[in-house]
Design a protein around this ligand. Structure first.
Ligand code: ADP
Length: 260
């Protein structure tokens, strides 16, 4: 009898061990697939600007260099492609650091209302180009003290406001609201722009996911902005949501813990 129960115990241990190995193998395979997809995405993103730059250089070598009017045009275009590559590499760097935990979230108490005003100031010119008005939902008259990493939260707000401008409509608006919810604030970034189709909403926080690829590239997007936003909000153990209607507009909202 003792032998049978011993045998059963061994059997159980072996099957648990096999189960664990299976899980490990599955995780490794997932990671490998993820890595491959990421590299595929990055090379795809870099291909377009690199080929564009080569095209401009070839045109210049082909004679355009001697025409002062045309050579400026092609050099400017090449420069814009370089800008795109720089933005992509910078975003990848931030995301990589966030994901590997090198960039830790340094919690401090700060006034998020001031951060919003700073972000507005930073993006005023960009909004002006499309005659978009950056505004606060109310005349908030006191500081809104929250707990978090001020630089990271500034990045969240900047990415959301940049998107609201990029995908906003000419002469439209971007409105930021702060709502009191017990121990938290809910921060809303709303626009009356092109909106996001319902089927795309669940995927927009994924790396490199875009609703309209050519449009996103035209407006200088890397496809990583919202992945960075989501990562930072998660690292603060807070939540982010989006409501959007195609052709009407989008509202992104995230929570922040109030400072004690
Ligand atoms: P991108 O660099 O392409 O803007 P993001 O990660 O910031 O990348 O956003 C992912 C996609 O989500 C965008 O390509 C765009 O299609 C959509 N999107 C994000 N913000 C908005 C918005 N405010 N209005 C409409 N679409 C948006």
């Amino acid at each position: 009898i003792a032998r049978t129960s011993d045998l059963r115990m061994v059997e159980r241990e072996v099957s648990e061990w096999a189960e664990e190995r299976n899980t490990e193998i599955r995780e490794l395979k997932e990671r490998e697939a993820f890595r491959r997809e990421f590299i595929g995405n990055v090379s795809h993103e870099l291909k377009t600007p690199i080929f564009n730059i080569q095209g401009y250089i070839l045109t210049l070598l082909d004679g355009a260099l001697d025409d002062p009017k045309i050579n400026k045009k092609y050099l400017n275009r090449a420069n814009r492609s370089v800008d795109r590559m720089i933005a992509l590499v910078q975003d990848m760097d931030v995301l990589n650091k966030l994901e590997s935990g090198v960039m830790d979230v340094r919690k401090q108490q700060f006034d998020v209302l001031k951060t919003i005003r700073d972000v507005f100031e930073m993006l005023e010119d960009k909004a002006e180009e499309k005659s978009i008005k950056l505004k606060l939902k109310k005349d908030y008259d006191r500081p809104m003290k929250v707990e978090g990493d001020p630089h990271r939260i500034e990045q969240v707000l900047a990415n959301l406001v940049v998107n609201a401008v990029k995908y906003g409509k000419e002469k439209g608006y971007v409105e930021v609201g702060i709502f009191d919810m017990d121990d938290k604030f809910l921060i809303e970034v709303a626009d009356n722009g092109m909106g996001i189709p319902e089927t795309d909403i669940p995927r927009i926080f994924e790396r490199f996911y875009r609703v309209d690829k050519s449009r996103s590239r035209d407006v200088g997007g890397s496809g990583l902005g919202l992945a960075i936003v989501k990562h930072i909000v998660d690292a603060h153990k807070q939540t982010i949501n989006v409501r959007s209607t195609s052709g009407v507009g989008s509202t992104f909202s995230f929570t922040l813990k109030k400072a004690k």
